[in-house]
Design a protein around this ligand. Sequence first.
Ligand code: AMP
Length: 213
Amino acid sequence: MRIVLLGAPGSGKGTQAMILTGQKNVPHISTGDMLREAVSSGTRFGRKAKDIMEAGELVSDEIMLGIIAERLSQADAADGFILDGFPRTRQQAIDLDELLDQLGVPLDTAVLMDVDFDILMKRLTGRRTCSKTGKLLNIYFSSEEEIAECLNAGGELIHREDDNEETIGNRLNVYRENTEPVVEFYRKRDRLTMVDADGPIDVVYERLLDAIS
Ligand code: AMP
């Protein structure tokens, strides 16, 4: 399976990718996670990336291509991958096609996780990660039991630095400007599959499985 998961910030593509990777035995490659790792490692590149991410802007296409080319050439990606957060610009989509051509492994499909903008806002501003279990939670949508489970395990609800309202507004604008052309890129080439991503996680997951089967 070689797929790209597309969707605005908060569309749930990260959550769905995590379930899919566990069940299909292909790596979940999230450029956001890779960049956050670089930030926490404190390298010079990490410090630069931190400023860009906190502003909700995009890291340059050239740097992203280098990161993704290196990651896709690793052994665990030979039999497939789920790309999450890449491509995010039309240029990155072109670069990815060229890269996969060189590797001789064409993409199966690009899946768009489709959700209304106001739901996205609540999902993003309410999003927390449990410091103990790593579970993704939401102060608006998670049940009291789920939140208590984290707190009782001695965990804290961590708010991502780029999940504040100003950054979120900017990230959604950046998505509209840069990533919607990526959706069009795949749509025009008949390589886009739409998934209604509004609903409980397991229901959306079933829709995703249908879409990629
Ligand atoms: P994410 O976790 O996918 O929302 O990514 C968090 C941040 O990392 C984004 O807001 C961007 O600043 C940066 N980022 C992640 N993937 C890319 C990409 N493909 N191109 C440029 N910047 C990216």
